[in-house]
Design a protein around this ligand. Structure first.
Ligand code: F6R
Length: 354
């Protein structure tokens, strides 16, 4: 664990400075909010009855976040499109956010082309590539995200502008107070989880230490912490380079809970992480408690981690942010550079060749 308190040693492993980027996430979020205020919205968005968000991986997680936040406060259904084809219900009355940090992700470009063909209202969010070029060609509104980030590290820029646009269009409740609370909490967490806070006073470092050598399984709750659980899993995969899995209450009580029955010796190497909130559904809270009692002897450890804040946005981003720190600290404990994702690059290269 001492490595996490020694910036000289951290820098030797974290060559591209992922920890600094994670620490600066609150600033990125406030920059994203300012950026979104200046988006030039092009057309009349009246008559929009649904939303769709196209995006993969680090550019796609914003879709899950948006769905959870928007569907709790508006009647607009939100569809996350994480593949080549658009569902049939995406039509001209759909506001589509096409999100790709690189602007060159083939699934997103394929779905984007279909959205153009269907006459959907489209807003592109990208730092460049083909998406940027096509947005200009077709005269679409777009958000130009600063270059130089790993897509997953640009979450503030990729997600918050969608929320801001919906606010500006009057399609959801005003977000000002929720955003203010979120930024305040994220700033406080950035200091609490910073490498400067010694391990004994730092929850992120402590959780990373306890996950070392384990397979993390992250459980969130439907309509609340589920997208944060997915983000935790993805960040543990991409930053820490470990297998990780996720699932959602209450659905997991109808299947996955049975899977913790056999292979007890093997499952001691798994750690459960429960993402909790004091306002989760009372039956979900009870389910989490019972699940913990039933499976704790079958896994290495069960961690319970709690959201902060009152607004749903703050709650989800606070627990998500803890996961981002944990994933970087776990990478450092694993002595791997959190930034490169060689397998993703290799796969994209091989696909481009064929
Ligand atoms: C890399 C990352 C990936 C990418 C994904 C899609 O940091 O998070 O999951 O986000 O491969 O690429 P983009 O974001 O360029 O559309």
């Amino acid at each position: 664990m001492e490595i996490l308190d020694d910036f000289g040693r951290i820098e030797k492993i974290d060559k591209s400075g992922m920890l600094r980027v994670v620490e600066a996430f609150p600033k990125q979020c406030s920059d994203a909010v300012s950026l979104a205020k200046h988006i030039r919205l092009k057309e009349d968005y009246g008559g929009v009855t649904r939303l769709a968000v196209l995006g993969m991986g680090g550019s796609g997680i914003g879709a899950d976040l948006l769905k959870t936040v928007v569907e709790s406060q508006s009647e607009l259904p939100v569809t996350a499109v994480k593949g080549y084809d658009l569902p049939r219900h995406v039509r001209s009355d759909t506001l589509v956010f096409a999100v790709s940090y690189s602007g060159d992700t083939e699934e997103t470009l394929s779905a984007f082309t279909q959205a153009l063909d269907r006459g959907a209202r489209i807003i592109a969010i990208t730092s460049g590539g083909s998406l940027h070029k096509q947005a200009l060609e077709h005269g679409l509104a777009f958000v130009e995200v600063p270059a130089g980030y790993q897509p997953r590290a640009a979450l503030g820029f990729l997600f918050l502008p969608m929320l801001m646009v919906l606010d500006r269009l009057g399609l959801i409740d005003p977000q000002k107070d929720a955003i203010l609370e979120t930024l305040t909490i994220l700033q406080a967490l950035s200091e609490r989880y910073s490498w400067k806070q010694p391990s004994e006073d730092n929850l992120a470092k402590r959780v990373a230490g306890e996950l070392l050598g384990k397979v993390p399984v992250i459980y969130g709750s439907d309509g609340l912490t589920a997208p944060a659980a997915l983000r935790w899993k993805c960040q543990l995969n991409e930053n820490s380079k470990v297998p990780a899995f996720w699932s959602v209450f209450p659905e997991l009580n109808h299947n996955e809970i049975v899977g913790w029955e056999l292979l007890k010796d093997f499952t001691q190497d798994f750690s459960l992480v429960l993402l909790r909130d004091r306002e989760e559904h009372s039956r979900v809270a009870r389910r989490m408690d019972i699940t913990r009692e039933l499976v704790s002897a079958h896994v290495g450890k069960v961690h319970e981690l709690w959201c902060e804040g009152n607004y749903r946005l703050a709650k989800i981003l606070s627990i998500l942010y803890l996961g981002d720190f944990v994933s970087v600290y776990l990478a450092l404990l694993n002595k791997v550079d959190p930034t490169p994702v060689e397998r993703i690059s290799l796969l994209k290269k091989r696909l481009a060749e064929s």
